[in-house]
Design a protein around this ligand. Structure first.
Ligand SMILES: *Cc1c(COP(=O)(O)O)cnc(C)c1O
Length: 406
């Protein structure tokens, strides 16, 4: 029987998929720009962007064109052989950032795994095998491999899997004194998201980021920025470290890099890269020509003044709409984040309603996200049309009124 003849519905999920997710009750089948349609033909406005991934909307014509062209040319070579799209994408990422060397992976977790291993390896080779301490932050999110959940600051994701990688210390985010209290010459790296995404859409303060840079320099530690979610234009700059007047030693990015095609990158300096040698780290798919060709097109489009400047205007439109809604409903204590990584924080008396709001929004025809327990998160396409923001906000308002009336 041909695969397309098997009827699948949302119920099929519960019978065939490992139960690590609880997806919404509809099954999307088609997307165009910032609109999505489900199996019943119902239309949704997408403010969730596939979790900050589809930064150019669904099925952007230029990405589709590249997918088709490269799909008919060369998909995969392995890293036993290099390929043109990977070399071009790396060259463009280097030209656009602090970085001199690139490692490609397939997911945010894989880029972070490479970053943390590199930080440890560099310290071991250049300083001492005892320089292994990693300082990270409460509520941080860095991925789901055992090393990345262990560096992440959410025990609910890292407990229950047996012994964790050792020598990782967590302190409160945006608290420089807490970092000063634990950093020492055995510290190999500080790992931080410039804007905590999953942890609640919380931007680092400039003093905090600049202080981390200075502390790293003082102790010969590396500053590792996880820009898996905050990078690739999301903040209104290509990478959000540009807002802070500092440069990292290692940076990871993924999510929007491929605009929906799985690909990630770790960037670092020539000096740090120089400790690596063939065989020290690797991946089969990382840097494959299909993924890199699509990411190259995404980067070409995102890294333009028109797209980057448009982020701030769209944020303003979201903020104005959310502020007006809040005047009517009194739900939010704060709208925070940077660019199109936005969080509407529910007041304590409404904090338990985040999931109900997400479900009610879907019923009204708008896809949103939560972050942490009490934050409604919006990470739409960077090129979402103003009319789509208006239409989505009207539906979101209807959902909020229903939840409050319930
Ligand atoms: C999503 C995310 C990751 C993990 O990326 P995956 O592609 O799911 O492995 C890591 N760090 C941050 C900041 C993220 O938002």
């Amino acid at each position: 029987m041909a695969a397309e003849n098997i009827a699948v519905t949302r119920e099929t999920f519960d019978n065939v998929i490992l139960p690590v997710y609880a997806p919404a009750q509809f099954v999307p089948v088609k997307g165009k720009g910032s609109r999505v349609w489900d199996q019943q033909g119902k239309e949704y406005i997408d403010f969730s962007g596939g979790i900050a991934v589809t930064a150019l909307g669904h099925c952007h014509p230029a990405l589709v064109e590249t997918l088709k062209r490269q799909g008919e040319t060369l998909w995969h070579t392995s890293n036993v052989f290099t390929n043109e799209p990977a070399l071009r994408l790396a060259s463009k990422l280097i030209a656009a950032t602090f970085g001199d060397r690139v490692f490609f992976g397939n997911s945010g977790a894989e880029a972070n795994e490479a970053a943390f291993k590199l930080a440890r390896y560099y310290a071991c080779k250049k300083h001492s095998p005892f320089k292994s301490k990693i300082i990270a932050f409460h509520n941080a999110f860095h991925g789901r491999t055992l090393f990345t959940v262990s560096v992440g600051g959410q025990p609910k994701y890292s407990d229950g899997f047996g012994p964790k990688p050792a020598d990782i210390v967590h302190v409160p985010f945006n608290d420089l004194a807490a970092v000063k209290a634990v950093i020492d010459d055995h510290t190999c790296a500080i790992v931080v998201e410039p804007i905590q995404g999953e942890g609640g859409v919380m931007p680092a303060t400039p003093e905090f980021m600049q202080g981390l840079r200075a502390l790293c320099d003082e102790h010969n530690a590396l500053l590792v920025l996880d820009e898996v979610q905050s990078g690739m234009g999301r903040s209104g700059k290509l990478f959000s470290y540009e807002h802070y007047g500092i440069q990292p030693d290692i940076l990871t990015t993924a999510k929007a890099l491929g605009g929906g095609f799985p690909v990630s990158a770790m960037l670092t300096t020539h000096e740090i890269a120089s400790v690596m040698a063939p065989g020290v780290h690797g991946t089969t798919y990382g840097g494959n020509p299909l993924a890199c060709a699509i990411a190259e097109t995404a980067l070409d489009i995102i890294n333009t003044p028109a797209v980057l400047a448009g982020v701030e205007a769209r944020r303003q439109q979201f903020t104005d709409a959310l502020t007006a809604l809040d005047r009517e409903l009194g739900l939010f204590s704060e709208i925070r984040g940077k660019g199109l990584l936005m969080g509407a924080v529910l007041k304590p008396e409404h904090a338990s309603k985040a999931r109900d709001i997400l479900n009610a929004a879907a019923a009204e025809g708008v896809m949103i996200l939560t972050a942490g327990s009490d934050v409604i998160r919006f990470v739409p396409s960077l090129v979402i049309a103003p009319e789509e923001i208006d239409a989505g906000m009207t539906r979101f308002a209807a959902a909020l009124r229903k939840v409050l009336a319930a």
